[in-house]
Design a protein around this ligand. Structure first.
Ligand SMILES: Cc1cc2nc3c(=O)[nH]c(=O)nc-3n(C[C@H](O)[C@H](O)[C@H](O)COP(=O)(O)OP(=O)(O)OC[C@H]3O[C@@H](n4cnc5c(N)ncnc54)[C@H](O)[C@@H]3O)c2cc1C
Ligand SMILES: *[C@@H]1O[C@H](CO)[C@@H](O)[C@H](O)[C@H]1NC(C)=O
Ligand SMILES: *[C@@H]1O[C@H](CO)[C@@H](O)[C@H](O)[C@H]1NC(C)=O
Ligand SMILES: *[C@@H]1O[C@H](CO)[C@@H](O)[C@H](O)[C@H]1NC(C)=O
Ligand SMILES: *[C@@H]1O[C@H](CO)[C@@H](O)[C@H](O)[C@H]1NC(C)=O
Ligand SMILES: *[C@@H]1O[C@H](CO)[C@@H](O)[C@H](O)[C@H]1NC(C)=O
Ligand SMILES: *[C@@H]1O[C@H](CO)[C@@H](O)[C@H](O)[C@H]1NC(C)=O
Ligand SMILES: *[C@@H]1O[C@H](CO)[C@@H](O)[C@H](O)[C@H]1NC(C)=O
Ligand SMILES: *[C@@H]1O[C@H](CO)[C@@H](O)[C@H](O)[C@H]1NC(C)=O
Ligand SMILES: *[C@@H]1O[C@H](CO)[C@@H](O)[C@H](O)[C@H]1NC(C)=O
Ligand SMILES: *[C@@H]1O[C@H](CO)[C@@H](O)[C@H](O)[C@H]1NC(C)=O
Ligand SMILES: *[C@@H]1O[C@H](CO)[C@@H](O)[C@H](O)[C@H]1NC(C)=O
Ligand SMILES: CC(=O)N[C@H]1CO[C@H](CO)[C@@H](O)[C@@H]1O
Length: 601
């Protein structure tokens, strides 16, 4: 008893949450909830649950914080977001398995490993997905709570739409009634006019049948061409760390342990009872001591679509024959853990243009970029403050139902409000493999097969939690995806062949210059496809009788008690969207489901 009191003593003096960097310093061995991963979803859960002072929550995060160190510019500056991909101290530096359908290439596959997770290192694009995406989620899980109409208030609850950095009049660039204005995540419209703006908007006038204007792709109907929105506000990135976690750090019922990796969940049930995985094991590194903590109510797995299935497999939840091959004792035979991985294939297509207002000089002229950074640091203004970063509009388009690409295949899209392809026109040279050429002005259309049919896997190569899992997104392995990827490039060319772009385009650049026939375009896609970094669906949700689902409709792990998965792993199908906003929506509703499940208990 005396020991117990001594251990608790510091609590009296500390009136706010603590940020621990050493597991040995944790003061409690049991919390109501233990959240694994302070990422996009995990911070929503931690923040919402600690709004109730009766709940105690511990969050364990493998990565670091910037709270006590110097600011990490790669995280904060909207325009240079992609710099984070090269900063090994804030990412999981994953790569894929050789991708058979794209010339056996190994593709870099970074994830955020820092407070905020991937919301701290992503490219800030804010897209919620479509009505049909969420209605399909509801249909396959048998839970109408995932439908667009029911989840919509949770989408709004997360958002605070703020003024663009240049405070221009945004009337006609979005639909105010479909936005939240009092949530934690700051969103905004592009803050820098581009020479592309009038041309792209004119295409919606000159060619409305193929390229209709859409006032707001976040209204539930994504189809058409419209203005982008990003997760930035006041000139800087808004992540789940800045939006949800940081404001909650003054709560006495929240503890956050950073720089610490969860290594597995441990079954604490008696023999022959249903497994109960409410004990969490963790360590600073592969050679250091392992610690444990228990959750009296739930463990919430929010480690992301790569690490959540990895942790379940390490805990003995998976295909029993694969687990025993690695010497892991099976706790729950759940063969679909890590299966059904989906992601969006990315292809960056560049054209040389007749323009003196592209952003290409920023990557060529160190003085210019240093000046822009200095301006950002002083006043949070200028091009570097802009979340749009040269992407002011995008297009979400469907192929006609009678398109020959669908011959012999079922349309994988969720329905008429979900796109097959996304065109992402950027006012500069964009490539994830080649540097900006020394001369020339460019436009890049990044193309995306947003409703893919391909499915890959996350699997263990070792029982060691510090060995990276094998990641196989199986890009373009389904023939339909390849056909749609080719259609996407043709559609980008068609967009630039419209009257408003007359005289602007000089010629396609690089390998695209030689790709015209289907066979050439396919070779081009094989050589150039990489990732949008949108892995999901690796512990997908489904109804109670769906044997391919790993979690129930309420996101509780099937076959065990005490574990809920809340992150991008639970989508049954990849939404036709960039995933952070769909993940925020799922996490907001999951927090509500958890509160309801434990109300009065
Ligand atoms: C480079 C990049 C660009 C992207 N661009 C966009 C974009 O522009 N727009 C968009 O909407 N989406 C984008 N995305 C995707 C989007 O950011 C993710 O889909 C989303 O953030 C995933 O959220 P999550 O909660 O599932 O996982 P994450 O946010 O990745 O959180 C998982 C957290 O768990 C931690 N963790 C993992 N394993 C452990 C462990 N064993 N122990 C302790 N902690 C652990 C991780 O370190 C991380 O902090 C991008 C992603 C990347 C990587
Ligand atoms: C990379 O991250 C570290 C913190 O882990 C930070 O100190 C450094 O400034 C970052 N580098 C850049 C270029 O942002
Ligand atoms: C459960 O989901 C599966 C897969 O979507 C479906 O085939 C089945 O009909 C559903 N069962 C019930 C009872 O809803
Ligand atoms: C913004 O523009 C719209 C129409 O273009 C106009 O009706 C409105 O008054 C303007 N708002 C402000 C604050 O100037
Ligand atoms: C929304 O964000 C802006 C900018 O940070 C802030 O001034 C405003 O108070 C926020 N609104 C609410 C309701 O929190
Ligand atoms: C396990 O069994 C012991 C002894 O029968 C019992 O006291 C304990 O409550 C059981 N634990 C659980 C988690 O059921
Ligand atoms: C692992 O953590 C221990 C502390 O438990 C530390 O002493 C050691 O240096 C760390 N090893 C590595 C490789 O980081
Ligand atoms: C489990 O894995 C084995 C070996 O990889 C495979 O043959 C089997 O089909 C899998 N079981 C299920 C149910 O998927
Ligand atoms: C940029 O181009 C426009 C029109 O094409 C031209 O009027 C202007 O002089 C050019 N500016 C510079 C700095 O070259
Ligand atoms: C680089 O940018 C600086 C600052 O804008 C400018 O003064 C300079 O002329 C630029 N250099 C070149 C080679 O364009
Ligand atoms: C598809 O249908 C449209 C009318 O809905 C028609 O104009 C077009 O020719 C058809 N295309 C093919 C390939 O059949
Ligand atoms: C295009 O093809 C021609 C003829 O085969 C070749 O000389 C040229 O290098 C190719 N260009 C690119 C950018 O691949
Ligand atoms: C991106 C991010 O998390 N930035 C934060 C770094 O830490 C400072 C100080 O706590 C915050 O103000 C930033 O928002």
């Amino acid at each position: 008893m005396l020991q117990h009191l001594l251990l608790l003593a510091p609590l009296v003096h500390v009136a706010f949450a603590r940020l621990f960097t050493d597991p040995a310093h944790l003061l409690k061995s049991e919390y109501d909830f233990v959240v694994v991963g302070a990422g996009t979803a995990g911070n929503v859960i931690a923040s919402r649950l600690t709004e109730d002072p009766a709940n105690s929550v511990l969050v364990i995060e493998a990565g670091a914080t910037n709270f006590s160190n110097e600011d990490i510019l790669a995280i904060e500056v909207p325009f240079t977001a992609s710099n984070a991909l090269g900063n090994a101290s804030i990412i999981w530096n994953y790569v894929t398995q050789p991708q058979v359908a794209v010339d056996d290439r190994v593709i870099p596959y970074q994830r955020g490993r820092v407070l905020g997770g991937s919301s701290s290192i992503n490219f800030l694009v804010y897209t919620r997905g479509s009505r049909d995406d969420f209605d399909r989620f509801a249909r396959v899980t048998g839970d109408s709570g995932w439908s667009w109409d029911v989840i919509f208030p949770f989408i709004l609850k997360a958002e605070n739409l703020t003024d663009p950095v240049d405070h221009h009049n945004t009337t006609g660039q979005f639909n105010p009634v479909v936005h939240g204005h009092s949530g934690p995540v700051l969103t905004t419209l592009p803050g820098f006019p581009s020479a592309l703006d009038p041309r792209i908007l004119a295409v919606t006038q000159s060619n409305p049948a193929q390229f209709p204007f859409n006032l707001d792709a976040n209204s539930g109907n994504t189809i058409g061409v419209g203005w982008t929105q990003t997760t930035a506000g006041l000139g800087q990135r808004s992540s789940s760390a800045t939006a949800y976690l940081q404001p909650a750090l003054n709560r006495p019922n929240l503890d956050v342990l950073i720089n610490t990796q969860v290594t597995r969940l441990i079954n604490i049930a008696n023999k022959s009872a249903v497994p109960d995985l409410r004990e969490v094991e963790f360590a600073l590194n592969s050679t250091s001591k392992r610690f444990t903590v228990r959750a009296s109510k739930e463990v919430v797995l929010s480690a992301g679509a790569v690490n959540t299935p990895q942790l379940l497999l390490l805990s003995g939840v998976g295909n029993s024959s694969s687990l025993s091959a690695l010497g892991i004792h099976t706790v729950v035979n759940s063969p679909f853990v890590g299966q059904n991985l989906q992601d969006h294939p990315l292809l960056a297509n560049q054209w040389l243009v007749n323009s003196n207002t592209t952003l290409d000089d920023i990557s060529r002229n160190a003085t210019l970029s240093a000046d822009l950074l200095a301006q950002w640091e002083e006043t949070r203004t200028g091009q570097f403050a802009d979340g749009g970063g040269g992407l002011n509009q995008f297009a979400w388009l469907r192929l006609p139902a009678n398109s020959s690409v669908f011959d012999g295949f079922k349309d994988p899209s969720a329905g008429p409000t979900s796109a097959h392809i996304e065109l992402f026109p950027v006012n500069e040279f964009v490539s994830f493999s080649d540097p900006t050429p020394d001369t020339g002005s460019f436009i890049t259309f990044v193309t995306n097969t947003v409703s893919p049919a391909s499915r890959g896997t996350i699997s263990l190569v070792s029982a060691d939690p510090f060995t990276f899992p094998a990641i196989d997104p199986a890009f373009l392995t389904h023939p339909l995806d390849m056909a749609i990827a080719i259609e996407a490039v043709r559609t980008a060319s068609a967009f630039l062949a419209t009257p408003p772009f007359e005289g602007f385009i000089i010629e396609p650049f690089g390998a695209l210059a030689n790709a015209t026939t289907d066979a050439e375009l396919e070779a081009y896609a094989r050589a150039g496809t990489s990732t949008f970094w949108h892995p999901c669906c690796t512990t997908k949700a489904g109804n109670s009788s769906d044997k391919t689902a790993v979690v129930e409709a309420n996101l509780l792990l099937k076959g065990a008690t005490g574990v809920r998965v809340v992150d991008a792993s639970v989508f049954p199908f990849i939404p036709a969207a960039h995933l952070q906003a769909p993940v925020y929506a799922v996490a907001e509703r999951a927090a509500h489901l958890i509160q309801l499940a434990w109300a009065g208990k």
